[in-house]
Design a protein around this ligand. Structure first.
Ligand code: NAD
Length: 477
């Protein structure tokens, strides 16, 4: 399959090589993608640059917005096809994949409608001078996305970039990029000018590294692991290119003794088993006030034991882990914690008819996790919930902020003053009170503090990230 799209044309990799695509539910190859490398990246960047100087660069903001809205509609028209592709490629339940596709369409709708609502400023200055401050695109933007929500990630990063008039090069994950390929076909069908969006499939260490180091890109957004985030930042620093990094998390769910426990428990379980725990903003630490620890953990354990894992078609609570490599990593965390004596309070079940060759992992709830244990500090990126007691509000804040991450947090309390204090003191890019949105809606700015990254995507703020400012001073004396 030719999966590289440059200047409006599909092509194989210059090397002619390909990468096998494995179905995580079966553990078997079912197709292949082109293995793009530096040469393909170079062509894609040059095509994007040419698009800025050509038809794409001449479109008005309104015209760009209309194209994005058209694409949104095409995504909805092809929603079932896209959901099936996404489910097979990532292993996620079909209901989840269907919802993901609706979110992608919403990204293109939201940013399509916003494209011509971004206005500049005028500044009073010296007599006889006009000063205007205008937003302009960065130019060629590079977008590197992970495998956990590939379709959603594409919408999140590409829609605001195109809305602002950048020309983009997308490098999706080698572990799940089939929905990106299908959406790019719809970009073609929507009639975007050639070169506005270019796609290069390939490995991160080849295509990804070549893209972030390319001297002609002007901006990078990267969503992925903190380790690769460092490499991306180093590469962009060499060319003085700004970057937005959306990295990992170890987000706390903080439950106080006055919380509505029946409301909290199911949402807390969902926030970790959703997408088999492969969600950057998964609520992976459960911090419970010690006065209700036993009562609440019992409720959570009961729900946890009911979680069912299976193939996309079985459409249960969660699917397999994306790859054999990730499955091994997640199992490593679980085995190590068991071996070190951390109590297992509940386990979900893998459906008996799920293929044994699939990369399934039964979700695990660990209790009384020591504060300095790996499980309390490191991102597992799997369906593993670590529960820990805390004493009072000050202790809750200390524990919530005790990791290197700061992506999201959930606070469960009926006390309004405490809600406000916690929202202020917890270090996280998003704080949910008596709810948990795992990243939240398209409209809500999202991004990390500390090692969870920097910069913001989603909402109107993404339009600011995807553009820069030009100050124009005109002397009319
Ligand atoms: P990863 O860092 O291994 O890969 C992410 C992307 O980077 C892939 O497309 C990969 O091909 C590419 N890549 C790998 N090496 C590269 C290199 N040297 N140069 C440039 N690109 C390279 O991450 P992953 O395993 O795909 O995803 C899991 C991680 O992503 C987790 O840590 C998770 O928390 C994080 N994540 C964060 C968010 C967020 O919004 N904050 C969202 C989803 C995932």
């Amino acid at each position: 399959m030719s999966t590289i799209f440059i200047n409006g044309k599909w092509a194989d990799a210059a090397s002619g090589e390909s990468i096998d695509v494995i179905n995580p539910s079966q553990g078997e190859k079912f197709t292949a993608i082109s293995r793009g490398k530096a040469e393909d990246i170079d062509r894609a960047v040059l095509a994007a640059q040419a698009a800025l100087e050509g038809e794409w660069g001449r479109l008005t903001a309104t015209e760009r917005g209309r194209l994005l809205c058209k694409l949104s509609q095409l995504i909805l028209d092809n929603a079932e096809d896209l959901a099936q592709i996404e489910a097979r490629d990532t292993g996620k339940p079909l209901t989840v994949a269907r919802n993901d596709v609706k979110v992608v369409a919403r990204y293109f709708e939201f940013y399509g409608a916003a494209a011509d609502k971004v206005h500049g400023q005028t500044i009073p200055y010296l007599d006889g001078f006009n000063v205007s401050v205008v937003r302009v695109p960065h130019g060629v933007t590079a977008h590197i996305i992970p495998w956990n929500y590939p379709a959603q990630m594409l919408g999140r990063t590409i829609a605001p970039a195109l809305a602002m008039g950048n020309a983009a090069v997308l490098k999706p994950s080698e572990d799940a990029c089939l929905s990106s390929i299908r959406i790019v076909e719809l970009v073609e069908e929507a009639g975007f000018p050639a070169g506005a969006l270019n796609l290069v499939t390939g490995f991160g260490y080849e295509a990804g590294a070549a893209l972030t180091a390319h001297p002609k890109i002007n901006f990078v957004t990267f969503t992925g692991s903190p380790e690769v985030g460092v490499m991306v930042q180093e590469a962009t620093a060499r060319n003085h290119v700004p970057c937005v990094l959306e990295l990992g998390g170890k987000s706390p769910q903080i439950v106080f003794e006055d919380a509505d426990l029946d409301k909290a428990a199911p949402q807390i379980v969902r926030a970790i088993v959703q997408n088999a725990g492969q969600t950057c903003s998964a609520g992976s630490r459960l911090l419970i006030q010690e006065s209700i620890y036993d009562r609440f953990i019992e409720k959570v354990a009961r729900l946890f034991a009911e979680v069912r894992v299976g193939t996309p078609e079985m459409d249960l609570d969660c699917g397999p882990i994306v790859s054999a490599r990730q499955q091994k990593r997640v199992r490593g965390f679980i085995d190590e914690a068991r071996a070190s004596g951390v109590p297992v309070l509940a386990e979900g079940k893998i459906a008996t008819d799920a293929p044994s060759s699939g990369f399934f992992v039964a979700p695990v709830l660990f209790g009384q996790v020591p504060r300095d244990h790996r499980l309390a500090c490191e991102e597992v990126f799997g369906p593993v919930l670590s529960a820990m007691p805390f004493k009072d509000e000050a202790d809750a804040v200390a524990l919530a902020n005790a990791t290197e991450f700061g992506l999201a947090a959930g606070v469960w309390t009926e006390n309004g003053s405490r809600q406000a204090r916690m929202a202020r003191k917890v270090i996280a890019g998003q704080v949910f009170i008596n709810c948990y949105g795992a990243g939240g809606g398209v409209e809500l700015p999202f991004g990390g503090m500390k090692k969870s990254g920097h910069g913001r995507e989603k909402g109107f703020l993404a339009l600011e990230e995807m553009s820069t400012i030009k100050t124009v001073v005109q002397n009319y004396n």
